[in-house]
Design a protein around this ligand. Structure first.
Ligand code: GAR
Length: 214
């Protein structure tokens, strides 16, 4: 059994922060065996920072540097320093819209998790729900995965399907995807923290049912 007080999470986000809020609530309710020690954003004034402040969770904007799609190396170092100072062991990306590279990933090896609004490897990148609608798929969904240096790549931990309706707009489809995200992320994260998601050769980590000892 994992002691909830022992695992400290750092959450990174660039936007509204609804996934952060769902995780924070799940931690508070004891459904995720951890607590959120720090929230960081590359976007000044992002909703996620306000939501963190409203919950009394330390939060900070750290400028990303001069690149558009990733953090500058010195910015990565600043993120790592802030997370380490807060005692963070696992990093949870919740709508963080920049790619993380070596400096960051080496600081938290195998301990950076992301949620993406599609069934990867379909529709990586931005506004995946729009990509899904434009392509005409009948089913899309949500993926939780460990983060490597690629864009929305890395071993898949959990996925859930979301049917696309005839009358869906980007907004209605994204809303249904987000509702699924808010339950899948706490569940998948808990499986990782409790050691129930483990590496299976060639297939990435799979969620094992039953005890972690088998
Ligand atoms: C979520 O739908 C998340 O899956 C997506 O950004 C949204 C953030 O919403 N992430 C990505 O597209 C990452 N490639 P939130 O700020 O309300 O949690």
């Amino acid at each position: 059994m994992v002691d909830a007080a022992d695992i400290r999470l750092g959450v990174l986000g660039s936007g509204k922060g609804t996934n952060f809020a769902a995780l924070a609530d799940a931690c508070m309710a004891g459904r995720v065996p951890a607590r959120i020690a720090l929230v960081l954003s590359d976007v000044a004034g992002a909703g996620i920072l306000d939501l963190a402040a409203g919950r009394g969770i330390p939060s900070m904007h750290i400028p990303p540097g001069r690149f558009r799609t990733r953090l500058e190396e010195s910015a990565e170092a600043a993120y790592v320093e802030a997370l380490r100072a807060a005692g963070v062991e696992w990093v949870v990306l919740a709508g963080f819209m920049r790619i993380l590279k070596g400096v960051f990933l080496r600081a938290f090896p195998g301990r950076v998790v992301n949620i993406h609004p599609s069934l990867l490897p379909s529709f990586p990148g931005l506004e995946s729900w729009k990509q899904a609608l434009e392509y005409g798929v009948k089913v899309t969904g949500v993926t939780v995965h460990l983060v490597d240096e690629g864009m929305d790549t890395g071993p898949i931990v959990a996925q859930a399907a979301v049917p696309v309706r005839e009358d869906d707009t980007p907004a209605t489809l994204h809303a249904r995807i987000q509702a699924v995200e808010h339950t899948l992320y706490p569940e998948a994260l808990t499986a990782l923290l409790e050691g129930r998601a483990r590496w299976v050769a060639r297939r990435g980590p799979v969620l094992a049912t039953g005890s972690s000892g088998s």
